[in-house]
Design a protein around this ligand. Sequence first.
Ligand code: ARG
Length: 462
Amino acid sequence: MSSMPEAPTAPSYVRTPAASFLNSLAVDRPLARYDLAGSIAHVEMLGATGVIAPADAATIVRGLRDVAREVAAGTFPWRDELEDVHTNVEVRLTELLGPVGGKVHTARSRNDQVALDERLYLRATIRDLGEAVATLATALLECADRERELVLPGYTHLQRAQPITAAHWRLAHFWRLERDLDRLLATARRSDVSPLGAGALAGSTLTIDPARTAERLGFARAFDNSLDAVSDRDPFAELLFDLALLGVHLSALGEDLVVFASTEFGFVRRTAALGGGSSLMPQKRNPDVAELARGKAGRQVGDLVALLTTLKGLPLAYDRDLQEDKAPVLDSVATATETLRAMTRLVRELEWDPDRLRAASADPELYATDRAEELVRRGVPFRTAHTEVSRSSSPTEGRTAPDAVDPAAAVARRSVHGGPAPSAVAVQSQDAHARLAAHRASLSSLGRQVERIEELLNEEQR
Ligand code: ARG
């Protein structure tokens, strides 16, 4: 039989009638692994600097790894009355080790602790989301490489404008995602600063070594200013902006597909991948997936606004308002994850209707600019050419019979750098592959930082 000491009661700071209002466990439990890794690095440092006895440090680190195993196995006894993840871990540790467990919180506050946990979470999340963005971007790119000759009308104001190709359309969406990925990586890079050691707001009178814990946790460096370190939520604000804009981009991709799948356009087939049917109208096949991608972005913009509004006007340094930073982040991350997965499937399984594309691309109006530019080539001032062509194609002025149009030739002529001509798209695609490869390399090195945390948790103790 085990002779476990009795469960310790809640620390004094959680004893308030408002305990359930203050509780943040629902949103900070996902941070448990990062909280434990941070504590291990912290306690190792306390031992190495002699702030606590090295033997105590070793005991506590061993206890923290035991707790990490409980969390991973799902056997950790989460207690709602213990306010948050930090207190749950500390109380459990003390339960396992006795009073020496109480040394874990030496020269530390939950203020620098939660700021640290969030940055470690951010790093792992950007690695995962970055991979998901790269996967969707790759899908667009690979499909584009097979569709360089497939002509479709390009639109401005949702009116037929000039001919483009399916590849060019795919790559337009690709570049938006490429920038989203670049932004996420930049957010990770700017957030690569450890706040551990900032304490509640003013560091510590004990001889701690923040650079050492920063290094151990794989950060580029430690904080510059303790007041800033405990209150800085720029990493989360940036992440929420990055995801809001990603959501906006995916909503625009969704909208293009909704339009293309409409009966009126019919450019893409209404396959099962696009969505379901109507519970009432038997004939319906709706582009629900694309519509929902369009709709999700609204909440992600809301998540960004929620955090910025919370942060606005807060006095330095830590204020409990900051606890409200987690819910919008978890929501936006979950939304981005699901939307990216759904859109990747949709983009891969998209079926163009070549007959509809051919018919739409034969519309002479798409080549009005070509006719004007042909006149320009013969020396006519562009404004004169514009007027002439616009008169000849105006219904009131009596249309002249349009020349037989050759969509493929018209697209091929648009060979300017970044244009839709197959020759230009080949160059564009090469650039796209190269840019994506560079981002993938950055994602791998971010991945190595993320792995350090797992190693720290699983390391065999000497
Ligand atoms: N749950 C808190 C948060 O997320 C942890 C920090 C609490 N600090 C404090 N001084 N009450 O911000």
